[in-house]
Ligand binder design. Structure first.
Ligand code: ADP
Ligand code: ZN
Length: 741
């Protein structure tokens, strides 16, 4: 007898599974991962089967009503991973189930796109005279028939377009036995409009060969582990991934490659599709629901065996899985910012562990967490210290903007050295990238008399001036207001509001003024709102239609343009000033990545870093391309301060419109949590978050520090489940938090 009880989690947020009877007609058909419809209280709900049993501890079970999908959506291994996510990230189990399945696949009504296809019936010689009769009686049917005679097979939609025939008309042709009408599945293909030329693998360089060998050793080991591939920018990491994926395919297995969303440029996709063709599936946020559904199903059915995608592609149903690659493993974009707040890098390591599959983490600037694991032997460290083809690393010059200001008698946006370097590139027909991690024109709108700074009424942040629209914008909530003509401090009211600080728009204006004949473009989230705008600007840059590209971190990463020989960082200190213990690490990563865009072709590159803190370790290490020294200094600081990776940090954020309610709730929660925690867990706060107000909501934050998340995650999850927050206050936990705002 197959099991008669199914354990089910519904989509309703309860963090609890329930037992249901499997009715006789569904016995044997309900499996782990099946989607079912069940009565739930007085309602109906969709549920996912998470266990099967012969008996239940609960009396009076209700019965499953129906199976909603033919095939299970997950297997036991994926279920184990979902349970681990819920436990580790102190998240409701149903949210972990939702995370492993794209909404386009799990939602009610998810299905393939089908359409009718008409074919000429085989060997149907029409009786004489019939066609003439048909032409008189029903000219559309006759026209459709005539068309099918030449093309043999057409979709109903195409026939309707060309002849005006309806589905009923086609049905009547079918009744006469002249055509066959069938429903076919059509693939919603995200690449329908682009073709890529097949490429073959180049012979690998020595360091690449060694890296590949190390990865293959893990892949072939009975207990595959994690390889940390630390390769400088341009060292050919992607080629190593492609070769390792080829090895997985040759062994009859599939592979998943994760890239940060920002690196999901057409360029990256094309490298994978060029090498592996139709077996590549993509999963990322720019797909339509239909495309996502079809790509996922192509993977589930085994038709696609190489998956390239952002964060959630990690859960793609590749079976068997031979390799998991996480490119740019240090990227904060791998952290999901809604429950479950998982790190795709860390979950990838866990999936590899659970499924016995090798994992490659790659970066030019590994996270302190991963590098420490490698130093301690938990991960296998592989280095690629040289660029492909002996291309030299760019020469990096640090420009002390304090001296510049003295020389020029006031602060300037562009140093004289950088201006001369740009001029040289323009005269040589080479390209320049200028990087500033802040969009808009000026950072603040300030009163020169009283110093009052315009802030967003909904958020505790300064407004940013955008010149084109002559508006101030809040970069947290997006609200837009006119720049006041008088200081809005009621005690001041002075006219002559001033703009201070810089944004990318202002850099653009300055560059255009100095080089009026240069072709200048700007890429930030203000210029890439429209679909494909991003790809369009990069396309123009690649073709050489742009001399100088100015941008935010959008241009910092992953791009490979051989004609870029100059990179300028306008203001390296912006990211150093963040109120976050990772500020130095982020700055080092960002500077190294931006610098890595220069000199990727035959001409050596040059980088200028403009800064007011020229001797900061992050700036100096980036200048010397010296990751080791940076790591050694920074890890010591973290050890002393007992910051991650020496402790595990979790934040609990309380949000609501009433400041007093948020405050009271956070204190109440903290007190209750404290009772349940062992003494080894340090609690700080609750206190107003650095971003104390956002989108009209007040924010308070509690921080938990301990050697292991196991010291607090179970208690935290329990309390989150049972705690009754006052109306209007929401609570969210972020285990291994990366953002402390
Ligand atoms: P990374 O990912 O480390 O920044 P890429 O894999 O993008 O480096 O490689 C940098 C450039 O070198 C790319 O244009 C790539 O096509 C080229 N390349 C990589 N490996 C080889 C090789 N073995 N032979 C020739 N060209 C290579
Ligand atoms: Zn705002």
């Amino acid at each position: 007898m197959p099991p008669a009880i199914a354990r089910i989690i519904t989509e309703i947020a309860l963090d609890r599974e329930f037992d249901y009877l499997i009715p006789a007609e569904l016995l044997g058909r309900v499996r782990i991962g099946s989607v079912v419809n069940v009565p739930f209280g007085r309602r109906r709900a969709r549920g996912f089967v998470t266990g099967l049993a012969d008996r239940s501890d609960f009396p009076n079970l209700k019965a499953i009503e129906a199976i909603a999908t033919d095939l299970p959506l997950f297997d036991e291994q994926m279920l184990r991973l979902a349970r681990w996510i819920a436990d580790y990230y102190a998240a409701p189990f149903e949210s972990a189930i939702a995370a492993i399945l794209p909404a386009a696949v799990r939602r009610d009504g998810a299905k393939f796109k089908e359409q009718f296809v008409a074919r000429l019936a085989g060997g149907a010689a029409l009786p004489p005279g019939e066609e003439e009769a048909l032409a008189k009686k029903s000219p559309r049917q006759a026209a459709a028939l005539a068309l099918l005679k030449t093309r043999l097979e057409m979709t109903a939609a195409a026939l309707a377009e060309e002849t005006g025939i309806s589905l009923d008309g086609l049905r009547s042709l079918e009744k006469k036995g002249w055509i066959v009408l069938e429903k076919d599945v059509v693939r919603r293909n995200p690449h329908a409009r682009t073709t890529v030329l097949p490429t073959s693998a180049p012979p690998l360089m020595d360091e690449q060969t060694a890296a590949l060998a190390a990865i293959r050793r893990e892949m072939e080991s009975p207990k595959p582990g994690v390889v940390l591939l630390h390769g400088v920018t341009g060292s050919g990491k992607t080629e190593v991934y492609l070769a390792a994926i080829r090895a997985a395919l040759d062994a009859g297995k599939g592979a998943i490659a994760l890239v940060p969303e920002i690196a999901l440029t057409p360029q990256t996709m094309e490298r994978f599709r060029g090498r592996f063709g139709e077996t590549v599936a993509v999963l990322h946020s720019h797909l339509s629901d239909g495309e996502r559904h079809d790509e996922w199903q192509r993977i589930a059915s085994g038709r696609a065996r190489v998956v390239v995608g952002a964060r959630s592609a990690l859960f793609a149903p590749v079976r068997p899985l031979g390799l998991l690659v996480v490119d740019e493993e240090h990227e904060p974009a791998y952290k999901q910012d809604e429950a479950p707040r998982y790190s795709a890098r860390d979950v990838a390591v866990m999936r590899g562990h659970l499924e016995g599959c090798a994992v490659v983490l790659g970066s030019a600037t590994p996270s302190l967490e991963s590098y420490r694991h490698a130093r301690e032997g938990k991960y296998r460290l592989v280095k690629m210290a040289n660029r492909v083809d002996r291309r030299v690393m760019p020469a990096v010059r640090v420009v002390d903007m304090r001296i510049e200001a003295e020389k020029a008698g006031g602060a300037h946006l562009l140093s004289q050295e950088l201006i001369e370097a740009i001029r040289l590139r323009l005269s040589q027909g080479e390209q320049t990238m200028l990087f500033l991690n802040r969009r808009g024109y000026a950072t603040t709108v300030m009163c020169p008399v009283c110093g009052h700074v315009e802030t967003c009424p909904n958020c505790s942040v300064k407004m940013t001036y955008h010149k084109q629209a002559e508006m101030m914008m809040c970069h947290v909530c997006g609200s837009v207001r006119k720049v006041p003509s008088f200081c809005s401090n009621p005690e001041c009211r002075a006219p002559n509001i001033k703009m201070a600080g810089v944004g990318t728009q202002r850099v653009e204006a300055a560059v255009k003024k100095i080089f009026p004949r240069a072709r200048v473009a700007r890429m930030d989230s203000d210029t890439t709102g429209a679909k494909d705008a991003h790809a369009k600007i990069l396309g123009q840059f690649r073709r050489g239609d742009i001399d100088i590209l100015i941008g935010t971190q959008m241009i910092a990463k992953g791009l490979d343009f051989p004609n870029v020989t100059l990179v300028g960082v306008i203001h390296a200190d912006l990211s150093l000033q963040m109120p976050d213990f990772r500020a130095a690490e982020r700055t080092f990563q960002l500077l190294t990545q931006v610098a890595g865009r220069a000199g990727r072709g035959d001409v050596p590159g040059e980088v200028f870093i403009q800064t007011y803190a020229p001797f900061h370790p992050a700036v100096q290490s980036a200048r010397n391309a010296d990751f080791e020294t940076f790591f050694d200094q920074e890890i010591e600081m973290r050890r002393e301060m007992r910051y991650p990776p020496f402790t595990r940090l979790t934040t609990v954020l309380f949000r609501g419109k009433e400041e007093a309610a948020v405050d009271a709730c956070s204190k109440d929660f903290a007190a209750k949590l404290k009772e349940k925690l062992p003494a080894a867990v340090r609690l700080t706060g609750p206190a107003p978050a650095p971003l104390a107000k956002a989108k009209n909501q007040f924010r308070a934050q509690l921080m938990l520090w301990a050697a292991s998340t196991r010291d607090y995650s179970p208690a935290l999850r329990e309390l989150l489940k049972s705690f009754r927050a006052p109306k209007g206050v929401s609570i969210s936990a972020n285990v291994d938090a990366l953002s402390l705002m």
